[in-house]
Design a protein around this ligand. Sequence first.
Ligand code: GCB
Length: 596
Amino acid sequence: MRRAALAALLLKSICLLAEGGGPSTAIANVSSRSTISLDGTWNTIIDPYETGLSSRFYENAKPKTKSDLVEYDFERSPKLHVPGDWNTQRESLLFYEGPVWYQRDFSYHKRSGIRTFLYFGAANYQARVWLNGKKLGEHVGGFTPFDFEATDQLDVGNNSVVVEVDNTRHADGVPAMKTDWWNYGGLTRSVELVEVPKTFLESYSLQLAKSNAGVIEGWVQIGGEAHAGEVSIEIPEIHLKQSAQVNGSGRATFRFSAHVELWSPENPKLYKVVISGEGDSVTDEIGFRSIETRGTEIFLNGKPIFLRGISMHEEAPFRSGRAFSEEDDRTLLNWAKELGCNFVRLAHYPYNEEMLRLADKMGLLIWEEIPAYWDIQWQNQATLENAKSQVREIISRDRNRAAIALWSMSNETPISPERTEFLKALAAYARELDSTRLITSALNHSERSGPDTRVLNDPLGEFLDVLGVNEYMGWYEAKVEDTDHTQWKFAYDKPVIVSEFGADAQYNLHGDAQTRFTEEYQANIFEHQLAMWQRVPQVAGMSPWLLMDFRSPRRPLPGIQDYFNRKGLISDRGQRKQAFYVLQKWYQEKANQGVR
Ligand code: GCB
């Protein structure tokens, strides 16, 4: 009964997003818009019993007379920095899960003809937003952007915004109750006011036509009242300007010939693109490339490519906590480059937008993932709707990033008919929104067939373009030497990315290769795993587990883990372990051999 009520509530909150008709998606490319940053210091109230709702914290009230009873005071409450998780900003909040109320004042000067949206890069996990005491809306899902129109609610001069952010885990959530990462709560990404004209360019898609490198196609979606006018696309560097008519649903579609230099890891060429129409204009940097599979190979721009990758978490180097700044992102991606990567798996949830824009500039292909992690409520319609809105929000934000090669629907989900139906529906939805990327999932159930053979025969494979395979031989199961004679078979003739293997090692802990948690043990696992996968022709890439140590509540071993998963090739303090050099060497050889 309680579960059903919760599910109904969740469905209701997701539906709230759709108020005003059609599912909500945030305005695309806010960095090219006129924005007012609300980052900085916010007043915060920790509210473990969720008193704030009944006590109406959102009114940000002050006693008017000396007898008025107001049992909170934002102004005199402790502060937190936005963007940022609360866990690493105050020691007492490291393990906190529950609601926290955020408030700040800002001054605003309204201009006629301008619509203003309150935009959140992400808030984990659920957010309710009020402006000047009036509720603007709520959002579920901790890693994707959302916005609410604030035009009519904004006052001239001083305004007060209140956000209740709640990182409580829910059995029907995405993810659900268990993850091997820290449940960082808070306004973890930037908050800003975004100004657009009454009718504006809400979103757009522009990329190379599938299997025709000389053609660019796409569409522009108008938000607000479209006037059946024209929208134009300009790529100044190649003196190209194309126009298209906006139809009755506010959409203009394009298809035109263009000779562009193709984007690739070796040549991450981006073009300035200007989109204008209906009195609005946005600028973007877009790369053009194709990605497809043929048999068991992945082709980039019509040529086979081996994806030399690494998995990572969106965790900040040196200070830990959720990464959010360009500096954090650049450090992590530079390490991947140093390792010899042309590919990064952004496990297990969508990262901040800057990470994707940097990958575009640095020439790193990307696997971006939805947090359908381990077991979630596969039979719950509200859970599916939740996963779908996360797919929609991330595709809508990142669809123009050339770096994105793969959308991953899930990680290590237990096989059952309900789970396969759920993920099949999710994959179909992702394809409907973006037919140009490859769809994948990290699978981890293989069967033994004879002493030396493992067969991956997960029915989800039928609905994927690329099979991700996670396995931990030599760490959670089997002996590392077993890798020497293990053969792998796959029920589907599709490319395989070995999306995880690895072992914990504490930086600077030394011993022999049989001693757990030593650098030698981890390096030995990498040597053997690489040799095993080298023998499997179906492998089109890999992203071992993982770039840097990260916080996890599941890893308490004192003196070694101290609540960090230590499978990083680099410690959380930036120190490279031996296995880093093992993989680096292997990638160097791979790159020198050319393809595959
Ligand atoms: C996995 C999970 C990953 C964990 C990792 C581990 O299979 O996909 O999220 O962190 O193993 O270290 O156990």
